[in-house]
Design a protein around this ligand. Structure first.
Ligand code: G3H
Length: 251
């Protein structure tokens, strides 16, 4: 039985005071981490404060991106060493907004996944198709390609620990959720791709989230699907009450 993981991706939202009050309101009210992993993916400037505030609680903190190098002349970047030093436990990699606006590629996602594991950080690897790709029946091939490239060279054990987030780009921030059947169909496909590329044990263990207009009203149905092991939530994760409802649904 795979434990569900619910991650709230704040994207580029909130000022420090809002981030801190969100964490104060949620950190002692999320379910036990034995039952569901509750994660907030915060902007870089808040990570230090939020990791300190959540120490000893069941609320974990994630970064929304990182560089794959440990240090060096990469102005404006943040390294896995820095994240680990702060106590960050997860990192979102290859979000479609990073791919679209910041030239993230399958190759850099793969380099970052290796770097995350080298530093004991769990990667949440995002994959997903555009509406145009879905309408021209490219979804399954494209997703298989993204998944295989992201996982290239990882050990079986690392793949088992990876979280893959399936986010159809046409459903992000649009209010258009994939139906639970559409979402599960692709998540089942991802598990099959992992079985073929790595092993059936890895496919059984890897956790696959769905993301794209998830909210308290539709989360139960999505999480009830056979191959959906959690959610990566943008808009509906910004308010503490809504986030608490989402993580509760994962228990
Ligand atoms: O990372 C989260 C996703 O991009 C989904 O965003 O829940 O606002 O559609 P959304």
């Amino acid at each position: 039985m795979r434990k569900k993981v619910i991650a709230g991706n704040w994207k580029m939202n909130k000022v420090l005071a809002d981030a801190e009050s969100f964490v104060e309101a949620t950190k002692n009210n999320v379910p036990s981490a034995d039952k569901v992993e509750s994660v907030v993916c915060a902007p870089f400037p808040y990570l230090h404060a939020l990791v300190k505030k959540t120490a000893g609680t069941d609320l974990a903190v994630a970064a929304q991106n990182m560089h794959y190098e440990e240090s060096g002349a990469f102005t404006g970047e943040v390294s896995p060493v820095m994240l680990k030093d702060l106590g960050v436990s997860y990192v979102v990699l290859g979000h479609s907004e990073r791919r679209e606006y910041f030239a993230e590629t399958d190759e850099t996602v793969n380099q970052k996944a290796h770097a995350a594991f080298n530093h004991g950080i769990t990667p949440i690897v995002c994959v997903g198709e555009t509406l145009e790709q879905r309408e021209s029946n490219q979804t399954m091939d494209l997703i298989a390609d993204q998944v295989k490239k992201a996982l290239t060279g990882l050990s079986e054990d690392q793949v088992k620990q990876t979280i893959i987030a399936y986010e159809p780009i046409w459903a992000i921030g649009t209010g258009k959720t994939a139906t639970s059947e559409q979402a599960n169909e692709v998540c089942t496909h991802i598990r099959k791709v992992v079985a073929e590329a790595v092993s059936s044990d890895a496919a059984e263990a890897v956790r696959i989230q769905y993301g794209g207009s998830v909210k308290p009203a539709n989360v139960d149905e999505l999480l009830a699907q056979s191959d959906i092991d959690g959610a990566l939530v943008g808009g509906a994760s910004l308010e503490a009450d809504s986030f608490l409802k989402l993580v509760e649904a994962g228990t």
